[in-house]
Design a protein around this ligand. Sequence first.
Ligand code: ZN
Ligand code: ZN
Length: 362
Amino acid sequence: MISAIERLQQALFTGEKAGKADAALVTSEENRFYLTGFPSSAGSVLLFPEEAYFLTDFRYAEAARRVVRGCQVVCIKKMNDTLKELLQKHGARSVLAESERLSLKQARAFEKAFGEAGIAVTADDTLDETLTSLRMIKTPEEIQKLREAQKITDDAFTHILDYIKPGRTEREVALELEFFMRRQGAEGVSFEFIVVSGTNGSLCHGVPSDKPIQAGEFVTMDTGALLHGYHADMTRTVAVGHVSDEQRHAYDMVLKAQLAAIAAAKPGVLCGDVDKAARDILEAEYKGAFEHSTGHGVGVEIHEWPMFAAGNKTVARPGMVVTVEPGIYLEGKFGLRIEDMVAITETGCEDLTHSPKELIIL
Ligand code: ZN
Ligand code: ZN
């Protein structure tokens, strides 16, 4: 298995993109982590066709040498000076930069520093697009990291079922989920958890409040553990005490839509068609109640490519890991969502989420 750095070198310096530039400079935290597997708040990865460097300062250099493979770790004092020296050493006349994630200030600083040495900074979309398409296809090792992050998330769901009772607040449930995941070894949480109940359930990205959960309400929990730098993402909706026929029917429809989208998620289909599989079912009866996309890619960031979104022409391919998360949000009444993470395989998809999803009434 070749490293992420080697894959990027191949994609940039051989084949149709060859000749665009002599070097590439990756400075964003997410892409640095993706390439090196080493989390750091500062640094950059400089790639040439024949060599790669991870430049960081004394806080990280020693630890990085123990972890980072496939590139030389260089301890720097002044980043731009060292970058310029290396570019000159390799005879580079042009360097690709990340247009999407570079601040204007950084871009100007690079242009000034490298320009003096006659090296052009190319901040078109080449580097961003190449990294995006590499990151879309997860390696078996990356999928295993997501599986392990999801395992903690599944275990937290099992745990919380005994904890949720009338009178507990949304915030208490969110905190208990987080404590549990961290006790199980999670490095952190994938995002600020969403725990919403009753009429708050229609706020699809609602913030947990001090509202006590009451009998007859849905509780929607959108959570995920962060492990090995990879983000799990799962939503489950449970009911407390009892449910109305209207709630039960809405739940059945969301589950039906979710299962239809998972069945549609296989190599060769358009990502937009996976969205459509869920949307057609919900729009027939709940028009306007499901306005977000059916799913998003997930990995070193909680939201990445591809999207299971209406009209998306991206073709699903093995290695993509995408959420499937239809929901219904009825203002003033209730809301619910069911979300799994699936990995596209050679023949269909593997559901990385194992928590039950038939309606649970606590
Ligand atoms: Zn989620
Ligand atoms: Zn999600």
